[in-house]
Design a binder for this molecule. Structure first.
Ligand code: URA
Length: 435
């Protein structure tokens, strides 16, 4: 095999065989394929497509380009992936809830990307929490606690890491045939038996239309199942922040409020419960999705998920009393600023991408890769679609490092909200199931 022939076949629309995918992924990982060849490969896939078989082949080849984890645990190993959004802290709820129901969840997570928040950045708001434990500790925590939210190590899907970097600078990110193997190769390298996917659509998602989210969900489900991992996807709404907070420590606070029952956000709960119900069915821990949802609800309500969360945090270096003392254990911003509704009305739309970028500009995300994230900043008490406001009533609260940043953010939040006079229904939260 040689790179030129593989690229020429792709260019001519002849697809990607499993042998060619394996050869190319190995070459990406060991450096024998050049940047120019990797860029041409990505562009040829982008323009000509590789179809279902090609996506499975590329997923398996990139998964196998590095270490594939193996688990010695007495229950099913499962995980969840979200395509990303604003105020989406479902992973922090779902990992301990699934573990409380008897599953084992090695949740390899990512950092914020563009306007979206990242699970790893949220966990790092907890002082001392280690997102990069050594393999022995990771295995011990998954075995003893049931879940661990951690980052990918360099030996997980190295072919994807190299190809993703090249796609990022060659205009080839937005291709379902490249996105699907990229997401799944990393997830499947965690040695999963089953996976649930939360594919977001809307103003705060990467997929701005329901049709685009459907197409991605379908490709992900077909490809993951084709690669031997039982997978279901839900397409869910991201036309506004899912929770009432956006920002790392603020979202951890919202998660702990839900886990401890002090303040329950119904949208966060509903998405967690729906994804968890599907996951428990795939894992053989529930007979159907209704039973699975009821088991997740019970894990959340009874405090068992909170207890697992606390044990995970302690085992990975965070405070031993995090669940009991979380308000004192999370960093808070020096300035809070109330965003007042400019006039009376009902919230009819939110530019959630713009809210996400406001959080990034406050310092809660990265404008360039080397930026250090400020865990304390962000937005809380976010108004939701369908809610009615008097002029001057609070639409949101800005948490900022200084007054000037707070005022800028407040103006951006006002611009992101549309207020109307007529009645408005909240958007449908879970719009489709594929699997
Ligand atoms: N996330 C990934 O991991 N890969 C992509 O290609 C897009 C989003």
């Amino acid at each position: 095999m040689e790179a030129r022939a593989i690229i020429a076949a792709l260019r001519d629309g002849k697809g990607l065989t499993p042998e060619a995918a394996r050869w190319f992924a190995r070459g990406l990982a060991d450096g024998s394929v050049s940047d120019a060849q990797a860029g041409a490969f990505a562009m040829a896939v982008f323009l000509r497509g590789i179809g279902r078989e090609g996506r499975v082949a590329l997923t398996e080849a990139m998964r196998d380009s590095g270490k594939v984890m193996r688990w010695d645990v007495p229950g099913p190993v499962i995980d969840k992936h979200s395509t990303g959004g604003i105020g989406d802290s479902v992973s922090l709820l779902l990992a301990p809830a699934l573990a409380a129901c008897g599953a084992y969840v090695p949740m390899i997570s990512g950092r914020g990307l563009g306007h979206t928040g990242g699970t790893l950045d949220k966990m790092e708001a907890i002082v001392g929490y280690r997102t990069a434990p050594d393999p022995e500790l990771l295995h011990k925590v998954v075995r003893d606690v049931g879940c661990a939210i951690i980052g990918a190590t360099d030996d997980i899907a190295p072919a994807d890491r190299r190809l993703y970097g090249i796609r990022d600078i060659s205009g080839t990110v937005e291709s379902i045939d490249l996105i699907t193997p990229s997401i799944l190769s990393k997830k499947l390298a965690a040695g999963l038996e089953a996976l649930v996917l939360d594919v977001k659509w809307g103003t705060g998602a990467f997929m701005k239309t329901r049709a685009a989210a459907h197409d991605l969900a379908q490709a992900l489900v077909e490809t993951a199942n084709g690669a031997g991992c039982k997978t279901v996807a839900l397409v869910t709404d991201m036309n506004q922040s899912l929770g009432r907070t956006a920002g790392n420590a603020l979202e951890v606070m919202e998660v702990l409020e839900l886990l401890t029952g002090s303040e329950v956000n119904p949208d966060l709960w509903a998405v967690t419960s729906a994804l968890g119900g599907e996951a428990l069915v795939l894992a053989g821990l529930a007979g159907d999705a209704d039973e699975g949802r009821a088991r997740i609800d019970n894990a959340l309500e009874s405090g068992r998920a909170a207890e697992v969360f606390g044990r995970m945090v302690a085992a990975l270096g965070g405070p031993m009393d995090f669940v009991e003392r979380y308000p004192d254990r999370l960093p808070s911003a020096p300035v809070t600023y109330l965003v007042a509704a400019p006039r009376a009305g009902i919230v009819s739309g939110v530019n959630a991408e713009s809210l996400g970028l406001t959080v990034v500009r406050l310092g809660g995300g990265r404008l360039v890769g080397s930026d250090k994230v400020n865990p304390s900043v962000g937005l809380s008490h976010l108004a939701k679609i369908g809610e009615t406001f008097e002029a001057g009533a609070p639409l949101a609260l800005v948490h900022a490092a200084d007054a000037a940043a707070a005022e800028r953010a407040a103006a951006e939040v006002i611009a992101a909200y549309e207020l109307t006079e007529g009645p408005v229904s909240p958007p449908e939260l879970i719009v489709e199931r594929l699997g």
